[in-house]
Design a binder for this molecule. Sequence first.
Ligand SMILES: CC1=C(CCC(=O)O)c2cc3nc(cc4[nH]c(cc5[nH]c(cc1n2)c(C)c5CCC(=O)O)c(CCC(=O)O)c4C)C(CCC(=O)O)=C3C
Ligand SMILES: [Fe+2]
Length: 376
Amino acid sequence: MTDVNLEPFDALVLMSFGGPEKNADVLPFLQNVTRGRGIPDERLVEVGEHYYGFGGKSPINEQNQKLLESLRRELARRGLETPVLWGNRNWAPFLTDVARDFVAETGGTKFLAIDTSAYSSYSSCRQYREDFAQTLDVLAAEGMPVTFEKIRQYYNHPGFADAELGCVRRAVDAFAQQVGGLDSRRHRLLYVTHSIPQSMQAASERWTAGYRGQHEQLMSWLEAKLGLGLHLDSELVFCSRSGAPHVPWLEPDINDRLEELKAEGIDGVIVVPLGFVSDHMEVKYDLDTEAAQTAAGLGMDFLRAESVGTDPSFVAGLVDAALERAAQYRGEPVDSPAVTEEGALAPGSGACSVSCCLGRLPKPEAPSWAVGDEGP
Ligand SMILES: CC1=C(CCC(=O)O)c2cc3nc(cc4[nH]c(cc5[nH]c(cc1n2)c(C)c5CCC(=O)O)c(CCC(=O)O)c4C)C(CCC(=O)O)=C3C
Ligand SMILES: [Fe+2]
């Protein structure tokens, strides 16, 4: 049996993407995101407009503040006193600043990160570990040696999966009300996630089920749970493609697919933002604004499911995953629950390995996950 504590970690860190707060932040934010990534200027101008359309303010920071509060409440409920911090990759509060302040104030140096990405890929896993390595380097140079660990990717953790199931159930019920009953010939369930380059997809498959495969595993589980009474076909579609036009990314784009579906006789869709844990700009713009307009232009009914946000089951699951990682780090046998067939520590699971999700260039990353390594 695993001890219920987070030792030896001094703090949990909610690690996220970050987003701008006002119009003047948008350009420097986008420069932080895209430094060295070869995204065409036209795309940056276009994405800038998405943010300006919302007064330059991304919803992501408020979402993370709510999640931070929920995590603190959940720890308190379990009698755990470990502090929970919040730090970002691309905008204030930056991870390095948050970690530096914590070290200066408390002397604590061991951090366990909870990141806001459920699936495996360079962008959603390894890049966070590169961020930790960078923070580690900066602080080491300032005479503050720190360490970072992170929880596993949690796409198949029961906490996240159950929360997602609730979101889909509520959306299906609301949609059935809205259209006066489900009709499998006319209605479709669309799971949406962030598109990534095909090369990033391929890298994600080296040791885990891969970015797309992990979404598909969760979709199969959701379908089985939704079960009786729901005879709607479902499929995975993508949003938020960037990159140059000649570089292949995961498809189909949700807007293109809506047009095809309409031509196939589908006139209503339930859109589940499976790849997003809260209402980010991609959800508010790419789904609620752009895809909703596409659907309206085609005369289709459109309902967007909630994201898991601060669903109690999701929050409790994140804390469970942190406890699991801490126990594993201490060398205790861990219970590693997963809703999909592979256990969470087996290949196809959400555990990172040294070789997983490599980016284009070798960069230092921390930690190097040591469970079941080395991958194929
Ligand atoms: C897999 C994935 C997630 C999900 C996992 C996770 O959550 O981490 C995610 C999340 C997010 N992506 C976000 C914003 C942006 N992503 C960009 C660019 C890119 N994303 C990529 C992938 C992902 N991105 C990729 C392969 C690129 C190409 C450049 C590169 O290789 O890095 C760009 C540049 C402009 C553009 O091209 O769109 C922006 C502005 C925000 C904040 C939103 C807000 O403000 O609410 C969030 C949560
Ligand atoms: Fe992104």
